[in-house]
Design a protein around this ligand. Structure first.
Ligand SMILES: O=C1C[C@@H](O)[C@H](O)[C@@H](O)C1=O
Ligand SMILES: [Co+2]
Length: 299
């Protein structure tokens, strides 16, 4: 059993409004999104584009609903821009998150990512050169120190269509970074990359000691196979329904929960399942995911 004081459950706004594909859920409002998160029984949220930019205003909307900001995506640009660009952007992002009371900053290297492009996600993902590995990992080591100035942590999100996608790439990233750079473990992206849930189990087992934030995401394997066979892009896959909530796809989450529990995981587990809200009603899916997690963890 997880300790309820150590592990908290959140949900990402991406199922209501997808910032990567603004046509998905354009009609859903910020207030509807956070109200439905609270009603479905989540204590935390990540941050979407429709959220108020003023930390005080955002906190007021969330406090009244009993929801906390637990993280917000940060795009590092170490492979495409001078390091100072990422550092300056990071300090602004860190200070915003600090002002809303979050402790985590989840980063992903987007300098040469193809996740937002029309390129086939399996065939054209970047493979980092030696120089790029050094830029990304040394850059992340610096961001960890900047986060610590405010009592915060950085975690790195391995992601489809980026240079840190496969289990081997996650290993290399972890080897080349300091221990104060944590892993943002996303079950869906590992199962998607390798075509099976075992990849997610193996990576979590190996790196659980440095996992500081978790995205609970599942995949529909038939859609992922179609993306591969038809050389589709990451975003085409999202529109076709490649991702779904825990309990609705390929992954049995029980082994993942067991690994986290046995390692005495402390932090947030965030349901993050982007799909077309016109097809998968976000409130309904949020409630279904909440029920599945309750049944399998007691949380
Ligand atoms: O954490 C995430 C944030 C999204 O913008 C991204 O594309 C999604 O797949 C994800 O895992
Ligand atoms: Co994620």
């Amino acid at each position: 059993m997880f300790d309820k004081h150590k592990v908290k459950l959140g949900i990402a706004p991406i199922a209501w409004t997808n910032d990567d594909l603004p046509e998905l859920g354009g009609e859903n409002t910020f207030e509807q999104c956070v109200s439905e998160m609270a009603l479905a029984g989540y204590a935390g949220s990540e941050v979407g584009n429709k959220y108020p930019k003023d930390p005080k205003v955002l906190k007021k909307y969330l406090d009244i609903r009993g929801v906390q900001i637990c993280n917000a995506w940060f795009s590092t640009l170490f492979t495409s821009e001078p390091e100072e660009v990422t550092i300056d952007n990071f300090i602004k992002h860190r200070d915003f998150l600090h002002a809303v009371g979050a402790k985590m900053i989840g980063c992903s290297e987007q300098g040469n990512s193809i996740q937002g492009t029309t390129k086939p996600v399996f065939e054209e993902k970047p493979i980092y050169t030696e120089e790029e590995w050094i830029k990304v990992t040394e850059g992340m080591n610096k961001l960890a120190k900047l986060a610590a100035e405010k009592g915060m942590k950085v975690s790195f999100h391995h992601h489809m269509g980026t240079g840190v996608q496969t289990p081997e790439e996650v290993d290399r990233f972890m080897d080349m970074t300091n221990d104060d750079v944590y892993l943002l473990f996303d079950s869906g992206h590992l199962a998607y990359s390798e075509g099976h849930a075992e990849a997610a189990y193996a990576v979590l087992r190996k790196h659980v000691g440095r996992v500081a934030h978790v995205h609970l995401k599942d995949i529909r394997l038939d859609v992922v196979n179609k993306v591969k066979a038809e050389k589709l892009s990451f975003l085409e896959g999202v529109k076709l329904g490649a991702f779904t909530i825990p309990g609705d796809g390929l992954i049995d989450f029980k082994p993942l929960f067991k690994i986290l529990e046995e390692a005495d995981y402390e932090g947030w587990m965030v349901v993050e399942a982007e799909q077309d809200p016109a097809i998968a009603n976000p409130f309904e899916y949020a409630v279904r995911a909440r029920d599945y997690i309750r049944e399998n963890t007691g949380l």
